[in-house]
Design a protein around this ligand. Structure first.
Ligand SMILES: [Zn+2]
Length: 439
């Protein structure tokens, strides 16, 4: 048995054979063949949890010729999917009927999140959540816990046991919610700091300082979040921004001196390349300029935005303005754990705005694009030497309806579009985490 970063990587040395696809940059058009590398009979050599070589199977170097070969043909081998925004503590409120953001939080979400003070309950849900990600081919996620420190100890412990690369944090909320969910500006800071000391940099885990949103955070709490962000090397910041009109109005009522919603976070020093802002649906021009100038990431959560009736994300507009974008499920406001379903909904949202998101770009976005938005493109999201062997195998013939549709598919792009439009967890036939096959 060997270990890397505290993760058991024993038995991971092997070669996967199949159709191998990885992106090298953001695709600019449906036929942008320079944006990806593809081997119809390809191989990925894995050693100690990392990719050491990839290319055509016939070109496999002698060094790897003695390794066990796992033949996934005709499966399509891709980097594992990355979900840039999700709430693991909302597994039991996903698919809740009839509300928009603020009522949805009050009626469904807050009562459920209150249960995560109980460490045993948190462990059970964290375990269910991570197993579901593996079933869906999601190998990295950026995750919100509840406001309880116990919720994050449970989550990190379960993620570490699976060897998964995760970015997560306890939500900070010192007002505007039931008392059982509230921390204080000071206790939120202290608990976050303790979690960073315990988990950040352990194995493949990373911490995200997580003020829920301006409505549930006092100015003092946001200021301390900014202090923590400056104090701690390499941590992330995640929060929500400009999701719903009532939310924006309430934020500006609570922060009367703010120029706009983003200014509340800006004043607290929360913007930057490692800062992820969920939704960004109704940004003003000034907010866009500030996002671009700080290279803060706008996170597109299409199934959540349509489910909660929040609005339509301006994907191509923000991208073309030079703002980093990421794609995410936002479970449980979002309606699916599947990044394929998320990409399918992203396509529809873009269509509603007159833009046809091409399948090369959506698959890029779910892999290398999201890795790039997380400043982790050197570690995950690509099938490149030195990247973690977080890999999935996709089956485009997973259902009878897909098989019939695939009879008329003429290109890789067609196949990817069928996968995202008709596929689900049945299309994920294998999930490897640091070289270990977990599905
Ligand atoms: Zn969210």
């Amino acid at each position: 048995m060997t270990t890397a970063g505290g993760i058991d990587t024993g038995m991971t040395d092997k070669v996967l054979r199949g159709r191998v696809l990885t992106f090298v940059r953001r695709p600019r058009a449906f036929d942008d063949d320079g944006s990806y590398e593809f081997w119809d009979d390809g191989a990925v050599a894995i050693s100690s949890g990392k990719i050491v070589w990839r290319g055509g199977f016939g070109d496999l170097p002698n060094d790897y010729a003695g390794m066990d070969v796992v033949d996934h043909r005709p499966g399509l081998i891709l980097p594992g999917f990355i979900d840039a925004h999700a709430h693991y503590v909302q597994m039991r409120v996903i698919a809740s009927y009839g509300t928009q953001l603020l009522d949805w939080l009050e009626r469904h979400t807050f009562p459920e999140e209150a249960r995560f003070e109980d460490a045993a309950y948190a462990e059970q849900v964290a375990s269910h959540y991570l197993d579901e990600l593996i079933r869906q081919g999601v190998t990295t996620a950026v995750v919100y816990g509840s406001s309880h420190k116990a919720s994050m100890d449970a989550f990190f412990s379960e993620a570490h046991a699976r060897g998964m690369c995760m970015i997560a944090g306890k939500t900070l909320m010192d007002r505007g919610a039931p008392a059982v969910l509230l921390d204080t500006a000071r206790s939120g800071y202290d608990d976050s700091k303790a979690l960073i000391n315990a988990w950040h940099g352990k194995g493949r885990l990373h911490y995200a300082i997580t003020p829920r949103f301006a409505i549930t955070c006092s100015a003092q709490q946001l200021e301390l979040a900014g202090t923590l962000l400056k104090e701690e090397e390499g941590v992330y910041l995640q929060t929500h921004l400009s999701e719903n009109h009532d939310e924006i109005e309430e934020t500006l009522r609570l922060y009367p001196s703010a120029r706009d919603y983003l200014d509340v976070y800006e004043t607290a020093g929360l913007l930057g390349e490692r800062s992820l802002f969920g939704h960004c649906l109704h940004l003003t021009d000034r907010e866009r300029d500030a996002m671009r100038a700080s290279q803060s990431v706008a996170v597109f959560c299409p199934t959540s935005n349509t489910f909660l009736g929040s609005g339509l994300f301006d994907y191509d507009g923000l991208r073309d303005a030079g703002i980093p974008v990421a794609l995410a499920s936002d479970v449980g406001g979002g309606t699916s754990y599947s990044m394929l379903a998320t990409a399918a909904e992203a396509y529809k949202v873009c269509q509603m705005r007159g833009y046809s998101l091409n399948p090369l770009e959506s698959f890029y976005q779910m892999t290398r694009g999201n890795a790039d938005a997380l400043s982790m493109a050197d570690q995950i999201g690509s099938i490149e030497p030195q990247c973690a062997a977080d890999l999935i195998v996709l089956d485009s013939l997973a259902t009878p309806a897909m098989t019939v549709r695939m009879e008329t598919a003429e290109s890789l792009q067609d196949e990817l579009f069928v996968l995202q439009t008709l596929g689900d967890d049945r299309s994920i036939t294998a999930t490897y985490v640091a070289g270990r096959q977990l599905k």
